[in-house]
Design a protein around this ligand. Structure first.
Ligand code: PLP
Length: 377
């Protein structure tokens, strides 16, 4: 027997109560029972996204909602600004290329957050920009971006602010309405503690206006249809019923704990993780703007990063994430996202120590675990 621990920034561990709720027999979706459930879920989603705007749920992975945000508000040839500080910021460029948007690629050094002043300057020079595409937590680098500052800049223009909060939602602070975010994108398999398969998208009045004139072809991801049926707690197509049953369960857990408490817990766990890693002499990849969602760390000199991640997973049963793209083999990423508490941090740091030790890295065994224990009293 080997007990497995899932400590990646998606998918994340699903709480046992949520799994049990999803194991109930399937029921039909065109029924009062489903409408009641979906109505409740939609109110809970607004609380978690901190918005009064409608939140649409799609049966897709998170990327579906990224695509939906763009194809429903833009027309081919439209100018968009994509903030590209990692693999997920880059995805906006790929979607733009697929649909023929005129995309400005604002490259941000990996491991750094975007400077809102730079976005403001680009918006001044390009008043025809229709959408600014941003990422709350750039999962590939562990950076949290200042969405509040971006909101203040974009709000003054005709552009909408789209924020990919797929990993950051319910871990890093995000105040959709207060900060002026027009479209927030979420996914089920991260901070919402569910299996993969659901995507979420909030739609402001400013974004809804753009839907009227957007000419990009679309069919499944039709927001106009989805928003219309949403007013009747319904969906245009067959919803992922069992996942929505689980969603009610996981969102209720989050709302019961309280959004401020959930964010504070993630901040505490992130802090403990960082103290543990620093006690091993390791260096953070994003020292000045590390997210609550996950911590990205540089692989020490002389250690094979890919082998390290593989050994932590295969020998110790702890799945952490390696680096992506340019950071492949150079960093590893430990998540403290979703259904996690301080003992999960101890597991991650302990497994890290054991494998680093086996690979010949010199440090005092137990130093990281001790630092975590001291941080979580
Ligand atoms: C996981 C993730 C995605 C991708 O979502 P899929 O569910 O794989 O489509 C997009 N953006 C960020 C920031 C993510 O962390």
């Amino acid at each position: 027997m080997k007990k497995l621990y899932l400590m990646t920034p998606g998918p994340t561990t699903v709480p046992p109560d949520v799994l049990l709720d999803m194991a109930h027999p399937i029921f039909h979706h065109r029924t009062p029972r489903f409408k009641k459930l979906f109505g409740e879920v939609n109110e809970l989603l607004k609380q978690v996204l901190r918005t009064q705007n409608p939140v649409v749920t799609f049966a897709s992975s998170g990327t579906g909602a990224m695509e939906a945000a763009m194809v429903n508000t833009l027309s081919p040839g439209d100018k968009v600004l994509a903030i590209n500080g990692g693999k997920f910021g880059e995805r906006y460029l790929d979607i733009s290329k697929a649909y023929g948007y005129n995309v400005i690629d604002l490259q941000v050094t990996w491991g750094e957050a975007v400077d809102a002043a730079k976005v403001e300057q680009i918006l001044k020079e390009n008043p025809d920009i229709k959408a600014v595409c941003s990422t709350l937590c750039e999962t590939s680098t562990g950076v949290v971006n200042d969405i509040k500052a971006l909101g203040a800049v974009v709000e003054k223009t005709d552009a909408i602010l789209i924020t990919d909060a797929i990993s950051g939602l319910a871990a890093d602070d995000l105040r959709t309405d207060e900060w002026g975010v027009d479209m927030v994108i979420g996914g089920s398999q991260k901070g919402l503690m569910l299996p993969p398969g659901l995507a979420f998208l909030s739609v402001s009045k400013k974004a809804e206006k753009m839907i009227e004139s957007a000419k990009t072809p679309k069919f499944y991801f039709n927001l106009k249809k989805a928003l219309k049926t949403l007013t009747e707690s319904d969906t245009p197509w067959t919803p992922a019923v069992s996942l929505i049953v689980g969603l009610k369960s996981s969102l209720s857990m989050i709302v019961e704990e309280g959004m401020d408490n959930v964010i504070a817990r993630h901040a505490r766990l992130a802090n403990a993780t960082r103290l543990g890693l620093k006690a091993l002499g390791l260096k953070l990849y994003a020292p000045t703007c590390s997210a609550n969602t996950l911590t990205a760390v540089k692989v020490p000199e002389g250690i094979d990063g890919s082998l390290f991640v593989k050994k932590v997973r295969d020998d110790k049963g702890v799945t952490i994430a390696g680096g992506q793209g340019d950071a492949k083999g150079k960093i590893f990423r430990v998540s403290h996202l979703g259904y996690t508490d301080h003992f999960d941090v101890l597991i991650a740091i302990s497994a890290t120590e054991m494998v680093l030790n086996e690979l010949g890295y010199k440090f005092e065994l137990g130093a990281g675990v001790k630092a975590v224990q001291q941080a979580i009293v």
